[in-house]
Design a protein around this ligand. Structure first.
Ligand code: NAP
Length: 320
């Protein structure tokens, strides 16, 4: 049973002819149907992937679209790769979709020594977004998860790597909470700068993808595979909240997810977030820490000078 009330689908995406989108982690899961839908609507879509060979194979599945697709290498677990991707960017970027992610992986670090999930899911996208922001014209969508609400999920500012207390689920929840706090603070900064760019977030509910295949625990992987078979919606349905957050006229900092029971499945709608994900002080602190860790800062030309505009402020968009 889906309890689905919103029949919005990819066919409702407006004409995107002449527009450009980047989708990170676009070679599988919910990223690939998002690429397909944006290209069908006429956009030029860049698949930003860590394995260009798999990226090309994925791009080849997009056929009969009015728009075009292109593959470029991006490893979010390597800041040098993130910088290369951004340095090579030329021209406008209308939609940046921060979709890539790893979940519940064994304890480890990225190339720059960050905890793998925080480093990939949050810091990689943090750096990518700020480096590309001078090109962005319309929207930054970041894919979070309802796992951000699990237990007492929080940002472990005192021990971001969770050294000595590593738990794969805690680390994933921290990274997905960071995705929402990042969106909140990014929107606040864009609002202060009077920028027309909006930051939104989305989650796909429970969607059948490769995400659980790399989990640290064999029992968990087996349960996740069963849940994928029995409960999950397909990746196409899972991509709809992302697409809705990318193209609909929503207030900044909106969070979109499925409208069914428990937000597991269903059509895209505005959904609530945890109090921890609505905390402006944590969002600001995370931003400062992320700037220090990555060495990437909010673009100077957008640096806050005035009070936020009422139209483009995040406050009205938060629902819990
Ligand atoms: N599926 C769900 O039920 C669910 C629920 C809540 C949230 N989400 C979120 O949805 C997003 C997409 O996940 P998915 O479910 O579609 O899983 P997926 O099929 O595993 O896709 C994840 C994508 O991220 C890419 N990726 C991983 N590490 C990367 C890195 N270092 N650099 C660049 N790309 C990297 C993967 O590339 P490779 O193919 O090379 O591994 C893959 O293309 C994630 O942010 C996830 O947290 C999913």
């Amino acid at each position: 049973m889906t309890n689905k009330t919103n029949q919005w689908s990819a066919t409702h995406i407006p004409d995107l002819t002449g527009r450009t989108a980047v989708v990170t982690g676009a070679n599988s899961g919910i990223g690939l149907p998002a690429v397909d839908a944006l290209a069908r609507a006429g956009a030029h879509v860049v698949l930003a992937v860590r394995d260009p060979r798999r990226g090309e194979a994925a791009a080849a599945t997009v056929s009969g679209a009015r728009g075009t697709v292109e593959v470029r290498p991006l490893d979010l677990a390597d800041l040098a790769s993130v910088r290369r991707f951004a340095d090579e960017w030329q021209g406008d970027l209308d939609l940046l979709i921060n979709n890539a992610g790893v979940m519940n992986v064994p304890e480890g670090t990225t190339k720059d020594g960050f905890e793998t999930q925080f480093g990939t899911n949050h810091l990689g996208h943090f750096a990518l977004t700020n480096l590309l922001l001078p090109h962005v014209t319309d929207r930054v969508v970041t894919v979070s998860s309802n796992v951000h609400k699990v237990g007492r999920a929080r940002i472990h500012f005192e021990n971001l790597k969770l050294t000595g207390e590593y738990n794969p689920v805690t680390a994933y929840a921290q990274s997905k909470l960071a995705n929402l706090l990042f969106t909140l603070e990014l929107q606040r900064r864009l609002g202060l700068a009077g920028s027309p760019v909006r930051a939104t977030a989305a989650h796909p509910g429970l969607s059948s993808t490769n995400l659980a295949n790399h989990g640290a625990n064999a029992l968990y992987r087996a349960v996740a595979r069963l849940a994928n078979r029995l409960l999950a919606q397909d990746s196409e349905a899972g991509s709809l909240p992302t697409l809705y957050a990318a193209v609909m006229d929503l207030p900044g900092a909106s969070y979109v997810g499925p409208d069914g029971l428990g937000e597991w499945r269903g059509g895209p709608t505005l959904v609530g977030r945890s109090p921890q994900a609505s905390d402006p002080e944590a969002a600001s602190r995370l931003w400062t820490v992320s700037e220090e860790l990555t060495g990437v800062t909010f673009p100077e030309h957008l640096s806050p000078t005035t009070e936020p505009t009422t139209e483009n402020n995040q406050r009205g968009a938060i629902t819990r």
